[in-house]
Design a binder for this molecule. Structure first.
Ligand code: CP
Ligand code: NVA
Length: 312
């Protein structure tokens, strides 16, 4: 059974097929077409953390494809009312896939362990693969081809930057993380990327101004992620020179695009002027979550549709 726990679960070719499918579905939607590729399929959403983009994009995306979704709240008692094995295997009797947002990555791995139904990681402390697919889709739309482009992430070595670094490695995009000391991408994750993609161009620096000089895209995320609230004062101090603001943008090529996974803390990691400025793609990027996840769900549930209809 296919799961999407991290982007290591996809090959670069599959990622390219998902991106091409997303572009096709997006242009069809603009023409008013909503092909019912997942007619009568059901997606369950099991979320332990808040969400706007991920929840709504999965629910509307599934609806466009002719399927339905149901959001499972606290009352289903995941991890509380019955064993994880019973919970997951029973869920597998009813639904075709589960999109899961969990406090720890192990919780999502545990759901996948019983192979009852495909599990889609919709954000954990480790990574956010669905976000990264939409991010590289946004880059692809801007540049036509993404190979050898330079993605500069200014911020934390967190769940979002881990997945983005891996997506970049898969598509031959150079990736730089500009971060303060102590907030690097962790070595086990970098080692996994290096083992699978030995030619990946991954850099880390404490100098954001130098990093963005050759940037095609400048990406940022909150300094304090969900669950890290107790560290927010220390993080605000550590990241104060890592704000994506007009001064930083001055150091980058005028063609550089600005990305943010959202939600943003305006005035912390990004200023209003940059977020709402002409180089910003953040709203389109959020919209791309839906197109990317529609394609991902087809890849997991009806890969033959992609094989028959999409050429990369
Ligand atoms: N970017 C993202 O995952 O947003 P939500 O937390 O609103 O789903
Ligand atoms: N790094 C952020 C991303 C939110 C979409 C968090 O985990 O809170």
């Amino acid at each position: 059974m296919r799961h999407l726990l991290t982007l290591f679960d996809l090959t670069p070719q599959e990622l390219r097929q998902i991106l091409a499918t997303a572009q096709t579905l997006k242009s069809k939607l603009k023409q008013g077409e909503r092909p019912a590729i997942l007619e009568r399929y059901t997606l369950a959403l099991l979320f332990e953390k808040p969400s706007l983009r991920t929840r709504v994009s999965f629910e509307t995306g599934m609806n466009h494809l002719g399927g339905s979704s149901l959001f499972l709240g606290d009352d289903v008692g995941w991890g509380k009312r019955e064993s994880p094995s019973d919970f997951t295997r029973v869920l597998g009797q009813f639904v075709d896939a589960v999109a899961c947002r969990a406090k720890s990555h192990e919780r999502v791995e545990q759901l996948a362990e019983y192979n009852a139904v495909p599990i889609i990681n919709s954000l954990t402390d480790l990574c956010h693969p669905c976000q990264a697919i939409a991010d590289v889709l946004t880059l692809l739309e801007n540049f036509g081809e993404v190979k050898d482009r330079h993605m500069v992430f200014v911020g934390d070595g967190n769940n979002v930057s881990r997945s983005l670094a891996l997506a970049c490695a898969m598509l031959d995009i150079q990736f730089t993380l500009a971060r303060p000391d102590g907030y690097e991408l962790d070595q086990p994750w970098l080692d996994r990327i290096g083992e699978k993609y030995p030619n990946a161009k991954m850099n880390q620096t404490a100098d954001p101004i130098a990093a963005v000089e050759t940037a095609d895209a400048i990406y940022t995320d909150v300094w304090t992620s969900m669950g890290q609230e107790a560290e927010s004062i220390a993080r605000r101090a550590a990241f104060k020179n890592f704000q994506v603001n007009e001064q930083l943008l001055e150091a980058a090529p005028k063609t550089a695009r600005v990305l943010h996974c959202l939600p943003a803390v305006r005035g912390e990691e990004i200023t209003d002027a940059v977020m709402d400025g002409p180089q910003s793609d953040v709203i389109e990027q959020a919209g791309n979550r839906m197109h990317a996840q529609k394609a991902l769900m087809i890849q997991l549930l009806r890969p033959e549709w992609i094989a028959e209809n999409i050429s990369v």
